[in-house]
Design a protein around this ligand. Sequence first.
Ligand code: ZN
Length: 315
Amino acid sequence: MRGATAEPRKCLVCGQECRLWLGNLHDDRFGAPGSYDIIKCSRCGLEQTWPRPTELELKNLYEQFYNTGVEPGGAYQSRRERFLASGWYRLWLQWDGDLSFHLRRGRGRLLDLGCNEGRGLSLYAANGFTAEGLEINEKAAALARQRGFTVHTGTLAEFTPSESYDVVVLANVLEHAFDPVVMLVQVRRLLRPGGEVWISCPNGDSLWRRVFGRGWVNWHVPFHLWHFSPRTLRMVMTRAGFRRTEVKTFTPALWLAQSFCIRRGSRAGRANRLMRSTPVVAGLMLAARLLVLPWFFRADRRLRGDCLVATARME
Ligand SMILES: [Zn+2]
């Protein structure tokens, strides 16, 4: 897919020319066709996937390739469901890190942006929140409603809730946004004064990106359109009007395990089978958590972990 090649390679935030950072990446998870580059702004350092598919091309890519073949109610999904509902999952998050804010307790109205089938909604509700979802995929939204939650469908731009929210969660969402600044401006519109946005996304400054190189799990082209570092994420948030953003990093064992699967088992135009094998991924996760990550905890503290977590409060 080379739909947008005629567009100049300009930075979304500062308008400067971007230069090639890494060329010829392909979809190493689902086997979507096409070759993509990572380009980097020569002034502010913001990285993006190039060419950026049009919004229509993205819609088609998601419908055709993203998480297809993972049937709700299938063996893989039901094992996953049971694990997420168990106390073992909470223990694991305390040990490994909380990618989707499933341990954060609080009160008030919470909106999970891109809630999928609503697995997170159950956990937010159990932690004290009145949880709602916004989901563009009608099928996923219907499954979330079966769990008893209010789930709005449609785009963020069209969404006009009757009441504002205390928390909006963007767990691994912002890097998929067609325009992250526009997305964050729209999120601000949904928050009450004093409300918070919780963001997680891959870290472009990650030590593990260097280690795995082209096999790093979080290139994830063409679905990841933006590759934020702590600095460029803060910059994008400031541009959207959020002040005083707190940023931390940590390294989920799952991501390390998946990077390993991609290094071992990815072929252009083919879905990665290794990543769909529960015993392989679970074994690798345990090995990563027990044998690898204890040696690299300082990387997380120095903002070199694999996952960026940002929190900002509305003034
Ligand atoms: Zn720039």
